[in-house]
Each structure stands twice: as structure tokens, then as C-alpha cells.
Design a protein around this ligand. Structure first.
Ligand SMILES: Cc1cc2nc3c(=O)[nH]c(=O)nc-3n(C[C@H](O)[C@H](O)[C@H](O)COP(=O)(O)OP(=O)(O)OC[C@H]3O[C@@H](n4cnc5c(N)ncnc54)[C@H](O)[C@@H]3O)c2cc1C
Length: 253
């Protein structure tokens, strides 16, 4: 699983000149300046009177996050390219509608023979363990979890390949064949996603998908996203912490 921050809010006018402390080079990022600018614009609070004396990060933490002024966070956004996740993960992620945008690998255009399998994080440590109730038909030895998964992948790959060939034999080719043949694919088929969300939506998504109730794979993704978003805008995401629990690491919001 890999996340790459491919785009983030960039300021195009000197809004820092409106802020009491101006630009603090090397401290705050454009998304944070924009949030402060939008927050202060509501009250035209540009002066250095208390509490407007706060510097950008302090202002965002206390006046925006602390006062639950969430709509201001919608001005700034971050876009990630997410790779090495399963189709079942993205099926869950794209349920988040408010303040988000998605572009996902098309199984109608990309041949599934060219994509990988994603092993769920809960299964990964068990790959070399014997499968309960399954033996090699010839040796009668127990088979490993890894072998079980590979076997199921090979079965699916065979079905996809032969179904595609059969569709082609009936004059159905290209995306029309792939859109029908993909129906045999597994939920663990790898997919790739470009995902944009505004800061308010990211906070909501991290809280929902980083919790102990979330699926372990999407929680692992939420942890990576939090790390990257914290680097980008610590004043917006700094009140979220990672804690160890019996379910592994979770995000405490
Ligand atoms: C642990 C877990 C288990 C889940 N299990 C299931 C399941 O079994 N079956 C299933 O179908 N789904 C399930 N979901 C998905 C869940 O029901 C939501 O669809 C998904 O998490 C998107 O979140 P959201 O509704 O907050 O939407 P978002 O689009 O992220 O919206 C953010 C917020 O905006 C507001 N909002 C957005 N749209 C509207 C609207 N139309 N009207 C009013 N307010 C709105 C709400 O306050 C909402 O919380 C599960 C999610 C989690 C985290």
C-alpha cells in the first residue's frame, strides 16, 4: 500500500499581507494560511487585537478547529494517488461523498491479467500457516494460507481468461468483453485511486476509517493518510493521535 500526496492547495495572491503575523516562511503551509484568511474574513478580524494576535497555526487550532468552525476548512484540499489497495477497500472509501472527488482504475479498460492481488493485513502474518480443513489432494499434506490464496487467484485468472476468449469467439471484444469477464474477479484485486478531499472531509474520513470499528486495511490506509496530512497541515490534523489498542493502531480523534 502506497500513498503519494500529488496536489495540495496553493495560494495565488498575497493573502499573508492581511494576516496579523504575515507569512511565517518555513512554518505554515498555504492550506493553513488560506484557512486562517477565510476564518478572519468572516469577522474582518485582521488586527493584532486579542485574540487575533494568534499566529497562523495557533489561530487554526484554537479559532477554527477549537470552535468547530468546520466550513472554513473546506477551502483547502489535498489529493492523493493511492496504490496497492483492494477493490473492497475502495468500495468502502468512495461512500464518502461530501467534499470528495475520485478517479479509479477502470476494469473495463485495464486487463485484469495486468493487476496484482492485495493480501489483507489481517491475513498477511498467517501466510505460512496451515489452512484449517484443506489438504493437498495428492500429498494429503495441509496447504498454507499463501497457497490457498494463490490457488484461488489462479482459478479466477483462468476463469477471466477463458471467459474473455469465449466472449471474443462470439464477437464481443475490448471493453465490452472486459466489463463482462471482470465479474468473476475477487475483492482482493488491486486497484488504484486518485482521491481529493477538502480538509473538513479528510478529518471526517480519518475519524471514521481510522477507528477501531473500521476494516483493518482501510484503517492502515487512514494511518498513512493522517501521516501525510499532518506533514501538510499540522494545525488542522494535529489534534488527531495514533494509539495502540488490541485491534492494532487506531486514530483517536
Ligand atoms: C465501521 C463502518 C462500518 C460500515 N458498515 C456499513 C454497512 O454495513 N453497510 C453500508 O451500506 N455502509 C456501511 N458503512 C458506510 C457508512 O454507512 C457511510 O456510508 C460511509 O462511512 C460514508 O460516511 P458518511 O455517511 O459520513 O458520508 P460522507 O459523504 O463522508 O459525509 C460526511 C458528513 O456529511 C453529512 N452528509 C453527507 N451527505 C449527506 C446527506 N445526503 N444528507 C445529510 N447529511 C449528509 C453527514 O453529516 C456525514 O457524516 C460503514 C462505515 C463504517 C466506518
Amino acid at each position: 500500500m502506497k500513498v503519494t500526496l500529488v496536489a495540495a492547495t496553493q495560494v495565488r495572491a498575497p493573502i499573508y499581507d492581511f494576516l496579523p503575523w504575515g507569512e511565517e516562511a518555513g512554518v505554515s503551509r498555504d492550506g493553513e494560511y488560506l484557512v486562517e484568511f477565510a476564518g478572519r474574513a468572516c469577522y474582518q478580524a485582521w488586527g493584532r487585537k486579542n485574540p487575533e494576535t494568534r499566529k497562523t497555526r495557533d489561530y487554526v487550532r484554537k479559532n477554527i478547529i477549537g470552535k468547530d468552525h468546520g466550513s472554513v476548512l473546506e477551502h483547502a484540499s489535498a489529493t492523493f494517488y493511492i496504490e496497492g489497495v483492494s477493490r473492497s477497500l475502495t468500495h468502502e472509501m468512495i461512500r464518502h461523498r461530501a467534499g470528495t472527488a475520485y478517479s479509479e482504475l477502470s476494469q473495463r479498460y485495464v486487463d485484469l491479467a495486468d493487476v496484482e492481488l492485495v493480501v489483507h493485513p489481517t491475513v498477511q502474518p498467517l501466510l505460512h500457516e496451515p489452512v484449517v480443513g484443506a489438504r493437498d489432494p495428492e500429498t494429503k499434506e495441509p496447504i498454507t494460507v499463501e497457497r490457498l490464496i494463490l490457488q484461488s487467484y489462479e482459478d479466477v485468472a483462468f476463469a477471466y481468461d477463458r471467459l474473455s476468449a469465449t466472449l471474443e469467439a462470439h464477437g464481443i471484444t475490448g471493453k465490452r468483453a472486459r466489463e463482462a469477464a471482470r465479474e468473476v474477479a475477487q475483492s482482493m484485486t488491486e486497484t488504484k485511486l486518485v482521491m481529493t478531499a477538502n480538509y473538513r472531509a479528510w478529518r471526517h474520513i480519518l475519524r471514521m476509517r481510522g477507528s477501531e470499528h473500521a476494516d483493518a486495511q482501510i484503517r492502515a490506509l487512514a494511518l498513512l493518510l493522517l501521516e501525510a496530512l499532518y506533514d501538510e497541515a499540522p494545525s488542522v490534523f494535529g489534534d488527531y493521535s495514533v494509539v495502540n489498542t488490541q485491534y492494532g493502531q487506531v486514530i483517536e480523534a
